[in-house]
Design a protein. Structure first.
Length: 369
């Protein structure tokens, strides 16, 4: 066993579970998963990008505990979050006789976690699953909190279910193989936590952000602190009736930018979140809600990390501002046709608002070009 892991509890009554954050968790996965099993069987869903690095070590770790675990290896990429692949995964699980008391293991980034979690949610009306997130974005965000789903022709994540995992193993060692661009995209979600609710964490990131990649102890702290914040919010508002929507800081802008760039390689989700956070702070300052120095600090930190921070950092042409605002109107958070934004009264002080004037929004977009 490696050092004792950081253990974050997601407290949801009978659906409570732990998120373990540490190095070497995939190599110890059998010991962590065995106590959850009624019989020594599990089924792994992963993808072609992750399997060469992590599937062998995971299967070895499970087999050391006597757990048999076959794997389904799906194509990597957002297109995997589809009806077709969901059907394929569910039929495969049935063909392997995975029953309610068995365990599905999602090994991969956000796409695999969302898809495998949704397959587990609908299989026999609900089979338990373990998340083993292998990207920074999945470790700090998508693997925690039970949002599962796939994309529809009408938009991303429009089909899904809340289905909480039974355990999350966030193995910091797995982040070592991430390309730098994916690492920084995940870091966009880390910054989001500081900006939305923890000014001290943002101070800490300003001091330590550039060191994280080369320092597993610091990286582990950053992941554990992000997860702890998410766990607390999810425990208070599991199904996003209120506070959980704060986790969408930057996302109204981000979703419009992702749609405008065709969900392509031009903009990764976490990059869109980082730009969206910068825009949300700019908008908040324009509306007189926070000091002008706050958006400046956000942009300076993103620049310090060599991250995209503005519309002008997105390669290629973007539609005009009116079209971008139209795309924001297709966001899931629209209520009765009114756009909802997460705004801020300062760093670490986000709140929800549906009271944004179009003129302020246009000014923010114009300044970002
Ligand atoms: N990614 C936002 C949430 O889990 O609520």
């Amino acid at each position: 066993m490696t050092d004792p892991a950081d253990r974050v509890r997601v407290s949801l009554g009978a659906r409570s579970y732990d998120v373990l954050v540490s190095e070497g968790l995939i190599s110890d996965a059998g010991a962590h998963i065995a106590p959850l099993l009624a019989r020594p069987r599990a089924a792994i869903i992963t993808d072609e990008g992750v399997a060469p690095h992590h599937l062998g070590p995971l299967q070895d770790a499970l087999s050391r505990e006597g757990i048999a675990a076959e794997a389904l290896i799906l194509p990597a990429g957002e297109a995997t979050k589809s009806w077709d692949t969901l059907g394929r995964a569910a039929e495969w699980l049935l063909s392997r006789n995975i029953e309610r008391r068995d365990m599905v293991i999602a090994l991969g980034g956000g796409v695999i976690g969302d898809l495998a979690g949704f397959a587990a949610a609908i299989l026999r009306r609900g089979v338990r699953f373990v998340q083993i997130p292998t990207t920074l974005l999945a470790q700090v965000d998508s693997s925690v909190g039970g949002k599962t789903g796939i994309n529809a022709s009408h938009g991303k994540n429009l089909l899904g279910a809340f289905h909480q995992p039974s355990l999350v193993l966030a193995d910091i060692t797995a982040l070592g193989t991430l390309p730098q661009r994916d690492f920084l995209a995940g870091y966009g979600e880390v910054v989001k936590y500081g900006l939305l609710g923890d000014a001290d964490f943002f101070d800490w990131l300003e001091a330590n952000g550039p060191l994280l990649r080369g320092d597993p102890a610091l990286l582990r702290q950053a992941v554990a602190r992000s997860v702890a914040m998410k766990a607390a919010i999810v425990a208070r508002d599991e199904t996003e009736q209120g506070e959980r929507a704060l986790l969408n800081l930057g996302h109204t802008f981000c979703h419009a930018l992702e749609a405008a760039t065709g969900y392509s390689d031009r903009l990764l989700h976490g990059e869109g979140v980082a730009i969206g956070c910068a825009l949300a702070f700019d908008l908040s300052a324009r509306m007189g809600l926070c000091a002008q120095e706050d958006p400046s600090r956000v942009s300076a930190h993103l620049a310090q990390m060599d991250m995209k921070a503005s519309l002008r950092d997105i390669p290629g042409d973007l539609p005009d501002n009116a079209r971008l605002i139209e795309l924001m109107g297709q966001d899931k958070k629209v209520v009765d046709g009114r756009l909802r934004f997460v705004l801020a009264r300062g760093i670490g002080a986000a709140f929800l608002s549906d009271d944004v004037q179009r003129s302020d929004l246009l000014a923010t977009l114009k300044a970002a070009r």
